[in-house]
Design a protein around this ligand. Structure first.
Ligand code: ADP
Ligand code: MG
Length: 716
């Protein structure tokens, strides 16, 4: 093992506190730190030792063994150590400056060439300097070996930060700063890393073969000789494995504790006799699919237990989650409780309202809409109906979370989130009643890793079967200049009596331009497809205007609906068979998948037509579009989406600025996540409050890591 030995795990709280505060020493208080690299770290908000140690290298170089100059071959990369013999400034034929530096070792000579060097470079070398150079070897005039634009570093014999080992390369504004930064971090690794408190319980480390914390930190910066550099760059060395494990472990520990906390709260045991269940289902105009029946069985079992339900229901667009939610709500209502159904947008809330009212026609059970605006008589009455218990089911957006909305007897909350709710918001509704059961529905299937990482405290159900009578959707990609072909398909469908959507992207920065796009587009389409009526839906319409347009589309008076936003197209019109997306390159994969899910809801064959400006599209956009053409499988699409975008964006947490993981990568580190999860949940099962002395460090770390940050842990 390199470097000073690690101190043993501290046993007393005072010892741990001492060590933690030592790691929080401010760089500014450490005597003799080079100000340039320190400034570089401080500029990046890394003011303390701990923060500086979290500044990971971007790459590594193997400097274990330099090549003797005599053994260099033209065309290959080389690393040499020698002594400067001379430095000579010259001019190129163009008049630009050129610097040539001679380097020799025991067996040979080499010339380093710098084109157009900066002024400081001109003064960098003096004869006699020990120097390390790396770069590509070329052959100059007369077979003389050269290295053009090499990376160079002055080294002292015995300078262990930069030489004789695998050395880290840090991102910095100029390469001359790397050596100084490296030396600074080497010092922190030697003097401070060994004092890191290991937050992972020793038994977990042993079982999973993890490096101690201090050693992991040191090796993450300065990997031991023989480390595979590609593995280091892929963060696949034992050091990073330990650090990634730790990140997952503490998130899972929070989820495990939360889940356990929920379980301990008194919940509602609904009366769910088979007769009751038959009764709830009897309102539906169709028979449930096998998958719907199965997940309802899981939900009903939860609801019948006195423990609060905390369940995630996954199902692709159109898989019939609303029907499942409805039956669950009815189960609550029949037991004398109220239900709430929360949708991500007003239009979707209104659609749910309409659907539920249709299914409940003649039953005498009242469903009410809680709108965002509390003003107006209708809304005052709606809120009062909820408070008095006259309304048995309340449907709404996040308005349901408002303080003025009081329920008489809230028993079940269904959150139809479609990835739009921040995880945070869910918490509030829950605090409104005693402890209602919670069912979270997500439209885009979540890859298993993501579900484990972020919904790990929820039980999971999955609808993996579409209702009968669905037709596949053919997806086609058109270049901007081929729009006419896409329009022919639209025309054909309109003439066959079907309806169509045309969607324009919404870019927040330029809402006016987008609106202009859509308005112009709608005008052109109206001319093009006359006499078929065209309607326009955009974000700047008032709610009543939006409703009116939607209603006319639903009733078939409007044949072609032009819309600017994705959200508002979350509607269910089985006669619509074409979804044409303009500027498809600007949409995310899951958005495109959601849009496509709007068609193919009836028996007729449907079309998804993606019109893209290829020239403006980057590689990632192309990959998205090709994925859409290739597959209709929501899980496959979610998997690609995760790989392309990372989890933050997928979960909509990016806006909230939450930095979820530093090193961990859900896509790459799936198996580590599984291990960390097992350990965390086992730990909480064995020692729920982490009260045992050997878990004290973990308990402290959990508090410190997530304090004020873990809205995630507040997940419904
Ligand atoms: P999701 O919310 O999962 O996107 P919906 O609940 O909106 O899907 O269902 C899509 C359509 O399928 C709706 O028109 C719904 O009435 C219909 N549907 C749902 N379940 C069934 C079923 N078992 N049989 C027939 N049609 C169904
Ligand atoms: Mg739905």
């Amino acid at each position: 093992m390199e470097g000073p030995p690690l101190a043993r795990d501290p046993a007393t709280p005072a010892e741990r506190a001492g060590r933690r505060s030592r790691l929080r020493t401010r760089l500014a208080e450490i005597p003799g730190l080079h100000p340039a690299p320190r400034g570089l770290l401080e500029e990046r908000g890394r003011l303390t030792v701990e923060e500086a140690l979290g500044f990971w290298p971007k790459a590594w170089q193997d400097r274990t063994r330099p090549t003797p100059i005599a053994a260099l071959r033209a065309g290959a990369e080389g690393l040499v150590v020698g002594t400067v013999t001379h430095a000579r400034a010259q001019r190129m034929r163009s008049g630009k400056p050129l610097l040539k530096v001679g380097l020799q070792d025991a067996g040979g000579r080499l010339e380093l060439v710098f084109f157009n060097p900066a002024p400081w470079r001109m003064r960098q070398f003096a004869a006699g300097d020990p120097l390390l150079a790396s770069g590509k070897v070329t052959e100059g005039f007369g077979g003389k070996l050269q290295m053009a634009q090499p990376e160079v570093e002055k080294v002292q014999p015995g300078d262990s930060a930069s030489f004789g080992r695998i050395v880290p390369v840090y991102a910095g504004p100029a390469d001359w700063q790397h050596p100084a930064l490296r030396k600074l971090l080497k010092r922190l690794c030697d003097e401070y890393a060994p004092w890191t408190v290991d937050d992972l319980p020793a038994e977990v480390r042993r079982r999973r073969g993890l490096l101690p914390a201090g050693e992991a930190l040191r090796q993450a910066h300065f990997p031991p000789a023989g480390t595979d550099l590609a593995a280091a760059a892929a963060r696949a060395t034992p050091a990073f494995r330990r650090l990634v494990f730790e990140e997952f472990f503490f998130l899972q520990l929070a989820l495990a504790q939360r889940r356990r906390g929920v379980r301990r709260e008194p919940g509602i045991a609904f009366d769910l006799s088979p007769e009751r269940r038959r009764q709830a289902v009897s309102h539906l105009p169709f028979a449930l699919t096998g998958a719907q029946r199965r997940v309802l069985g899981e939900i009903a079992a939860d609801m019948a237990r006195a423990e609060p339900m905390n369940r995630l229901l996954q199902g692709d667009v159109g898989s019939g989650k609303t029907a499942v939610a409805f039956v669950a709500l009815m189960l609550a209502v029949q037991s004398g409780w109220q239900g709430a159904l929360m949708a991500p947008t007003e239009i979707l809330a209104e659609q749910h309202l309409r659907t539920l009212r249709r299914w409940l026609e003649g039953s005498g059970i009242e469903v009410t809409l809680v709108a965002a605006q509390a003003r107006g008589r209708a809304q005052r009455e709606a809120r009062e109906a909820v408070a008095s218990g006259r309304a048995r089911i309340a449907v709404g957006t996040h308005a349901l979370l408002e303080e003025e909305v009081a329920f008489d007897r809230l028993g079940l909350v269904v959150v139809d989130e479609q990835h739009r709710f921040g995880v945070l918001q869910r918490a509030r509704l829950i605090s409104k009643g005693v402890r209602p059961d919670v069912l979270v529905m997500t439209a885009t299937p979540i890859p298993r890793t993501l579900a484990l990482a972020f919904y790990g405290d929820l039980d999971q159900s999955k609808i993996d079967e579409l209702p009968p009578g669905r037709s596949p959707v053919t997806t086609r990609l058109f270049g901007d200049s081929q729009r006419r072909k896409a329009h022919e398909i639209v025309r054909r469908e309109l003439e066959a009596g079907r309806q169509a959507y045309v969607v324009y992207p919404l870019v927040a920065e330029s809402e006016k331009t987008d609106l202009a796009d859509a308005t112009t587009g709608a005008g052109e389409l109206a001319r093009l497809f006359a006499p078929h009526a065209v309607g326009l839906l955009h974000g700047q319409l008032k709610a009543e205007e939006k409703d009116a347009v939607m209603e006319r589309f639903r009733a078939g008076a409007v044949r072609l609906l032009v819309a600017t936003t994705v959200v508002e197209v979350g509607v269910d019109v089985p006669n619509a068979t074409v979804m044409l997306v303009e500027h498809a390159e600007r949409f995310g994969l899951s958005q495109l998948h959601q849009l496509r899910g709007r068609v193919g809801r009836g028996a007729a064959e449907s079309h998804c037509l993606l019109v893209a400006h290829f020239r403006r599209a980057g590689d990632e956009a192309r990959e998205r579009l090709q994925t859409m053409v290739r597959t209709q499988d929501g899980f496959e699409i979610a998997r690609v989406d995760l790989a392309l975008r990372g989890p933050g964006e997928l979960l909509g947490t990016r806006q909230s600025g939450q930095h979820l993981f530093d090193l961990a990568d859900l896509y790459r580190d799936e198996s580590i996540l599984e291990e960390a999860r097992t350990e965390a949940f086992d730990l909480v099962a064995a020692d729920p409050d982490l009260a045992r002395p050997e878990h004290a460090a973990a308990r402290e770390a959990l508090e410190q890591r997530w304090r004020g940050r873990l809205s995630l842990a507040q997940v419904g």
